[in-house]
Design a protein around this ligand. Structure first.
Ligand code: SAH
Length: 590
């Protein structure tokens, strides 16, 4: 199976079976279906143009099962940088045609061939070089790095015009191609791990055979650390493009020097544990008075695998390091673990239409989803290979610790909350776990919080603008705080004349709190004050109701309801054809 994550887009239910066939070859893919026209897809969308442009901008490969013309017209206005274009393909609704449209530098033709093979169709390859030479010189296979892509266009044109090419160094993908190879040719393709100066007449490919390890890190300016690496590679006579990855100990995960180096060289950074490391004959290093590089040497050799050789080691004031060379290109992403990631995301109150693009992307890319079952169901369907960890809605701290442990093992974890994750939800639980139950291995995890639309915003938007002026938010749940405190707060804000959004107004076990809250409010607020009950907002069974504080029945609210009580200024505006708007003016009348 191929590990790319295309978004497979369908506009009608007819296309689902073809989409499924394509999805079967890409375990990381997701099927996007047009809302109301499709069902049983991974993700729903309402606006085709926006969705396509969003995916394109995020460099997600796109396979759209529709007419090529629609895709062309949609993406044409935003085409600007050939290098940043992801593969985009059109597939005929009956699977009879596969048309690569964009993303020549990112293997669109290879994708077209794979999809066409699965559908038993012909890929419509139109890239002359690709057809003639049976290889895309501009996008070499994984494990090879093209050092001078800017020279490649003219180089390929010359080949197409009849020039021959000389091959220096070995790479089976080039040998198996249909390139016009001739030992006396003027043009050269050179495969080397050395940093050679490329010329327009010579394409240089670096096999990614080298592993670069880093230990004993000190805090130092990232640019300086990067320049040390460059210097060390130069001393070892090794091209930066030949480095398959950077490797370090798990205890150094998250170190800014490693992060900076990984980002600069754009190759994977992977982490190993000491017990995983190969034995190393330390005498070799001690001879050179370099005993502090032993671990570095072990890491580089472990990552490069059997029969690899140490070709360099060094100590700078930023790190100790070693370089090892394998006999074949290395897939660094298969060695050790990557830096763990934990994103606490808010999916909004309802379905996909209220989820931010950032949250959608995190959910798509995560290896694991952690959360309360009901919220995970709302977050959408998993793609193949993703794990779901359902939990009880109550054990938030245990769930946070579980998610942190998972991330520390190198996973990319999405902790899913409904609404906003920072409002009565999992983000605070994660930070509480770090604060009170912190483990050293959690230190290296990359943590981020991705906001969502909170229930009160959805309720407010549905009815107008009741939170248009100062307001406060109170959870009526007394599971984690004593009721006296809550009562005190309700009294204080009632006096201070805030509009109030009540979360967790009631549950099967908790019924009387809301009634008591209303009682307190009525002591300081008019019985005519508008109250809004938003239930199941954005979900099936959504309802939004307006009533007056004096007539409000606590039994009308449950755990799926958010209650907004207006301030003294909140007003009801009748709509001509039924129903009301509610808003709180921004100007304050005394
Ligand atoms: N993080 C969530 C709140 C979680 S607390 C957010 O920002 O929205 C759970 C409470 O939120 C529920 O008891 C209810 O009061 C409210 N709530 C969450 N989703 C809702 C929805 N779709 N409709 C109405 N109320 C909702």
């Amino acid at each position: 199976m191929v590990r790319v994550n295309p978004a497979i887009i369908i506009l009608g239910q007819n296309s689902l079976s073809i989409a499924r066939k394509i999805a079967a070859i890409f375990p990381d893919s997701q099927i996007y279906g047009l809302r109301d026209r499709t069902s049983n897809t991974d993700i729903n969308f309402t606006n085709f143009g926006e969705t396509l442009r969003e995916l394109f901008a995020a460099e997600t490969p796109i396979v759209a099962i529709c007419a090529a013309g629609i895709i062309i017209r949609t993406l044409a206005p935003i085409l600007s940088d050939k290098r940043a274009e992801p593969p985009v393909l059109a597939v005929a609704e009956d699977g009879s045609a596969v048309v690569p449209l964009l993303g020549g530098l990112h293997g669109v033709n290879d994708l077209a061939r794979k999809i066409a093979a699965a559908l038993d169709a012909q890929p419509a390859i139109t890239t002359t070089g690709d057809i003639r030479f049976r290889t895309a010189l501009l996008s070499p296979p994984q494990g090879y790095y093209l050092a001078n892509p800017d020279d490649a266009k003219t180089f390929i044109s010359n080949l197409l015009a009849g020039e021959k090419v000389r091959l220096e160094g070995a790479a089976s993908w080039l040998e198996k191609s249909n390139l016009p190879i001739d030992p006396d040719a003027k043009l050269t393709i050179r495969v080397t791990d050395k940093a050679v100066l490329p010329t327009p007449d010579c394409l240089v490919y670096h096999p990614q055979n080298a592993t670069f390890s880093l230990t004993q890190l000190s805090p130092i300016e990232p640019e300086i650390a990067v320049s040390y690496v460059q210097q060390i590679l130069e001393n070892a006579d090794l091209a930066a493009g030949a480095v398959a990855g950077f490797f370090a100990l798990k205890s150094d995960m998250g170190h800014p020097v490693i992060e900076a180096i990984g980002q600069y060289f754009k190759v994977p950074v992977r982490f190993l544990n000491i017990p995983e490391l190969v034995e190393f004959d330390t005498v070799k290093l001690i001879k050179y008075n370099a005993c502090f590089e032993v671990t570095a040497a072990q890491i580089a050799l472990t990552a490069a695998g059997a029969n690899s050789q140490l070709i360099g080691y060094d100590r700078t004031n930023a790190f100790s390091c070693a370089i090892a060379l394998a006999t074949e290109p290395i897939d660094a992403s298969a060695i050790g673990i990557s830096r763990g990631k934990l994103a606490i995301v808010g999916t909004g109150p309802g379905g996909a239409h209220w989820m931010s693009p950032e949250v959608k992307q995190i959910l798509r890319e995560a290896t694991d989803w952690v959360g309360y079952k009901f919220y995970l169901d709302l977050a959408g369907t998993l793609r193949e290979g993703q794990q779901r960890h359902d939990s009880d809605n109550r054990e938030e701290l245990d769930r946070a610790c579980f998610a942190l442990d998972l991330a520390a093992s190198g996973k990319s974890v999405a902790v899913v909350s409904s609404g906003d994750p920072g409002i009565f939800a999992m983000a605070a639980a994660v930070f509480e776990a770090i604060d009170f139950r912190g483990k050293p291995e959690w230190q290296g995890i990359e943590i981020r919080v991705a906001p969502g639309i909170s229930a009160m915003q959805a309720a407010a938007a549905a009815i107008g603008a009741p939170l248009g002026h100062d307001f406060c938010v109170i959870s009526l749940s007394d599971i984690l705080k004593p009721w006296e405190l809550i009562e005190g707060r309700i009294l204080a804000v009632a006096i201070a004349d805030f509009a109030i959004a009540f979360y967790n107004p009631a549950s099967t076990q908790r019924q009387w709190q809301l009634a008591r809250a209303i009682e307190i409010l009525l002591q300081h607020r008019d019985a005519e004050t508008p109250v809004i009950l938003g239930r199941n907002l954005g979900r099936p069974g959504e309802s939004v109701r307006v009533c007056k504080l004096g007539e409000f029945q606590a039994a009308d609210a449950d755990m799926r309801t958010v209650v907004i009580v207006g301030s003294s200024q909140t007003r009801i505006v009748p709509r001509k054809y039924g129903g009301d708007w509610v808003y709180t003016p921004r100007r304050y009348e005394k």
